[in-house]
Every structure is written in C-alpha cells, then in structure tokens.
Ligand binder design. Sequence first.
Ligand code: CO8
Length: 261
Amino acid sequence: MEYSNILTEKKDSVFVITINRPEALNALNEDTVGKLEHAFDQGLADPGVRVIMITGQGNKAFVAGADINEINSLSSVKAAQDKSIRGIDILFKIEQCDKPVIMVINGYALGGGCELAMAGDIRIASDNAKFGLPEINLGIIPGYGGTQRLPRLVGIGMAKMMIFYGMTIDAQTALQIGLVEKVVPAGQLMEEAFSLANLLAQKPPVALAMAKRSINEGLEVDLKRGCAVESSNFAVACSTEDRREGTRAFLEKRKPQFKGY
Ligand code: CO8
C-alpha cells in the first residue's frame, strides 16, 4: 500500500520504507507514525523480505523529530503519555522483530528521528547527517526511548551531555561515540546501504534472527541468563536445514546456498 507520507519499495529481498514529509524535514506527526507502523508490518509479513531499510526523503533530513506542532497542542498529561507510549511500542516492534533493520540516515536525525534510528540494528549515515536529542530546548525530554537507548549505545556520560545540553553532533562524532556504525559520502549512501542489506539478505535468516534476539534479550538480563538465552537460540539455529548446509559447504570447500529454513 502507498501513502503520501510513507513510501515503500521492494528491491529483491530488501524492503525500503521512506518517510516522505520533506516540507517538514520528515517530522513524525501522528498520521506518519501510524503509516510507518503499517508499512513496517507489511515488510515483516512478506516472507520474501529479508532486510528492512528505513530512510528519509530528500538530502536534508532523515527525521527532524516528532512533529512539534502536535507537541505544542498536547491537551493533557494523558495525551502526552499516550503519544509517547504509542511511539515507544512501534520502536520496540522495530527493535525486536526477527528481520534485520538498517537505518539509512540521510541528514538530520533529531529527537524522535534519532530515537527511531537507535531502534534499528545497524545505522549507516551520510557525512552530512546530524544527530541529537534536543528536546530539552523545547521544555521536554525524549519520549520515544531516547533516555534509555542512547546511554546503552554511547555510555551514560555522553548520553547525559547530549540530552542535558540538547547538543547536535555531526556524523563523524556519531561514528566515534558508537551512535552509528558507518559514515559514507552523501552521494554514495543508498548504494552503500544496499550493499550492506544485500550481504545480510544472503545470510541464513533463522540464524540472523537468533543472533538478534540473543543480543537484544541478553542485554536486558545478567550475563549468566544472557548466556542461557544464547544457548536456547543456538539450539534453534542448529535445528535448521541452513545449519546442515552451512557446515556441509564448509567441509566441501564451497559457498553455502542457504534456503531460509
Ligand atoms: N516538527 C515540525 N516541523 C518541523 C520540525 C519538527 N520536528 N523540524 C522542522 N520542521 C519544519 C520547520 O518548521 C520548517 O517548516 P516551515 O518551512 O513551514 O517553516 C521546515 O520544517 C524546515 O525547517 P527549518 O526552516 O527549521 O530548516 P533549517 O534548515 O533552518 O533548520 C533544523 C533545520 C535545525 C533541523 C530545524 O528545523 C530544527 O531545529 N527542527 C526541530 C528539531 C527538534 O527539536 N526535534 C525534536 C522534536 S521533539 C521530539 O522529537 C520528541 C520525540 C518524543 C515525542 C514523544 C511524544 C510526542
């Protein structure tokens, strides 16, 4: 399904979702959030989709945050909390799904945009991208999980610096502190993102899903329980035909042909 503010495209086994409100620097209003979830569900449900990419339209912004007009007109404490919980739930869906999600950050990733980016598995950014959680300057705090995911990614001190001061940092700094995994020239962003996605699409999907679950779930518990989570997921990966194929291919000194089960 196509919407004006969310575009989707399937290229082989990669599903690309583009947030398309360039006139508002792709800010997430309620309508866009709902359609983003719908598009994401579409990618998840399609068995031919191995990797999901999320990006922003144009060359200026990934997402410049939640829509400030809507935050300005929030009418009650409950409305604010509901709005925050709705966004948080969608970002959990993105973070916890079994398919790898690559965030392709083509410009400003501020506030809710930075929070969206942090819910992905891998972040690749153009060299003109800028990151920050500037909510403090609006008299609020991050509300889509930013106070939780930023310190997990970059450490407590840097997260407090960025959130307390509402700092904006450039792509190279984001790379240095671990907020993104790769920075490329703006003109090469999509090409590089597809090359990352296509490599992932060739990996055995059950093993990928088990690796993703193990890392995500393991980070929420102590080391011993995390290793138990890994062990169960290891067993699931071992039950696949792809395990037989991967190990056989190694022994036969050839490239594996993974089937996806
Ligand atoms: N919301 C609504 N409109 C926006 C937003 C936004 N977040 N960001 C930009 N726009 C609009 C501008 O109002 C402007 O519209 P118009 O042309 O009609 O005046 C248009 O986009 C272009 O923006 P600028 O003219 O400001 O472009 P500049 O190049 O001068 O500046 C910036 C670019 C620096 C990115 C600037 O637009 C900016 O600072 N934007 C706001 C960034 C921000 O504060 N983001 C955080 C928002 S709050 C948030 O995300 C909370 C998340 C959790 C919410 C939980 C529940 C709601």
